[in-house]
Design a binder for this molecule. Structure first.
Ligand code: ARG
Length: 458
């Protein structure tokens, strides 16, 4: 196929260089966006009298024909083309003749590729937003199911204070709501049209960039043509948002892996989202969660790759920027796959409240409540803290827990202890009393669930 840029140059390149230079193997996935952009461009050229209305119609019909033939499979993309832009233009010219050669008036592949990528990533952002929302729905539903299941809450992975499982699940749902916010924010800056920036300096033709942008539902246009063709912030911002989604999924995965181990025994994943071992018949492996945790590194890699590509290139377009696509496509694909597997994995997860409660009973996780009890009797917190610490040490030495101490034992540490100490350290009471907004009491968790449902999942 003759090079789109043959003219000054012969256009005859070494096959090794062709192969190295070509982007069709990955930018072919922007075919729909490339054609959509070209249809808008033809309409603008026609409206502005840069081409005749009849020529605009010829171009539009030809492009629509290519689109429907690609969709039906009647037309296959020629993988020998340099990129998707040259393929579409060559196919158009083959179909409609010389008029096809007018399509590229007042534009360059530099603004064209920036446009295609923005259109493509806008759809990806919307698809990922939908999937994050579906995951929040699945997590919220589980939180509701287990809003009363008491388990140890941890700091430093040491048993700390009792919480309900629903509270932990709501914490993950909250992280995901911030991800939705970041996607929406990235979308705002992404949804600005670069087309009409042309190669770098704008164009001599009387174009109407705002009209062309409005045909593709953009919220505005890039205000500087050099910036319009050189900006890849929108890709990096999306990659950052995707990386943070992966941070959250990876942390969640880590907990799921721990909770489903025999050591914890807090949850069981469904057979549909676990695997077995080829040698150890007893195994039920949390492969999905492990893979999500593993794929997180890959998405960070995509982000760092593009940050590095962009950091040293001068204005305006440089071919380095062709490297943006494989990274961001990989990140979008990976995040979508992870979200697709995560939502049903959570839906199929069964918790074991009795095991959780048992773990909560053995880690002195009510020691803070014991100190609070003494504060209630008039001691300063620091003094109460010290006495409670001595009691924990006493228990550990005598193989006791706070619940199995006698009142006489307690009174040997302070006269302030009365029979009501046992109510104060009762696990259910410990949870019930944590009514501060955002806390772990069932009523606070219910409020979090209500907020998620009414504000996010509406
Ligand atoms: N395949 C190129 C890319 O992805 C398209 C833009 C080519 N522009 C150019 N001046 N060679 O960046």
């Amino acid at each position: 196929m003759e090079k789109i840029w043959a003219g000054r140059a012969s256009g005859i390149t070494d096959p090794v260089a062709d192969d190295f230079n070509s982007s069709i193997s990955f930018d072919s996935r922007m075919a729909v966006q490339d054609i959509t952009g070209s249809i808008a461009h033809a309409a603008m050229l026609g409206k502005q009298g840069i081409i005749t209305p009849e020529e605009a119609d010829v171009l539009t019909d030809g492009l629509k024909g290519i689109l429907s033939d690609l969709k039906s499979g009647a037309l296959a993309i020629d993988m020998k083309a340099e990129d998707i832009h040259s393929f579409v233009e060559a196919e158009l010219t083959a179909r409609v003749g010389d008029t096809g050669k007018k399509l590229h008036t007042a534009r360059s592949r530099n603004d064209q590729v920036a446009l295609d990528l923005r259109l493509y990533l806008r759809d990806e952002t919307d698809a990922i937003t939908e999937k994050v929302t579906a995951l929040i729905a699945s997590v919220t539903e589980k939180a509701e199911e287990y809003k009363e299941a008491i388990m140890p809450g941890y700091t430093h992975l040491q048993r700390a204070q009792p919480v309900v499982f629903g509270h932990i699940l709501c914490a993950y749902a909250m992280m995901l709501t911030r991800d939705l916010g970041r996607l929406a924010d990235a979308r705002k800056r992404l949804n600005i049209s670069p087309i009409g920036s042309a190669a770098l300096a704008g164009t001599t033709y009387p174009t109407d960039r705002r009209f062309e942008a409005s045909l593709m539902d953009f919220d505005g246009i890039c205000l500087n043509s050099l910036d319009g063709v050189s900006d890849r912030d929108f890709v990096i911002e999306l990659l950052s948002a995707l990386s943070l989604i992966m941070v959250h999924l990876s942390r969640f995965s880590e907990e799921i892996i721990l909770w489903s181990s025999s050591e914890f025994g807090f949850i069981t994943l469904s057979d549909a989202f676990t695997t077995g071992s080829s040698i150890m018949p007893q195994k039920k492996n949390p492969d999905m969660a492990e893979l999500v945790r593993g794929k997180t590194g890959r998405v960070y890699g995509d982000l760092v790759a593009l940050l590095t590509v962009m950091k040293g290139i001068p204005l305006a377009y440089n071919k380095d920027m062709q490297e943006d696509k494989e990274s961001v496509f990989d990140a979008c694909d990976t995040v979508k796959k992870c979200l697709d597997v995560f939502a049903p994995m959570i839906a199929g997860m069964t918790a074991h409240p009795e095991r959780m409660r048992k773990a909560a009973q053995t880690g002195f996780i009510n020691a803070t409540d014991l100190a609070d009890y003494l504060v209630g009797k008039g001691l300063p917190f620091r003094t109460a803290y010290k006495i409670s610490g001595q009691i924990v040490a006493f228990c550990q030495k005598n193989d006791l827990v706070l619940e199995t101490m006698t009142l006489a034992d307690y009174r040997s540490f302070s006269d302030l202890f009365g029979e009501d100490v046992f109510d104060a350290i009762d696990l259910d009471a410990c949870v019930r009393r944590r009514v501060s907004e955002g806390g772990t009491s069932v009523s606070s968790v219910e409020k979090q669930i209500t907020w998620l449902k009414s504000e996010i999942l509406k």
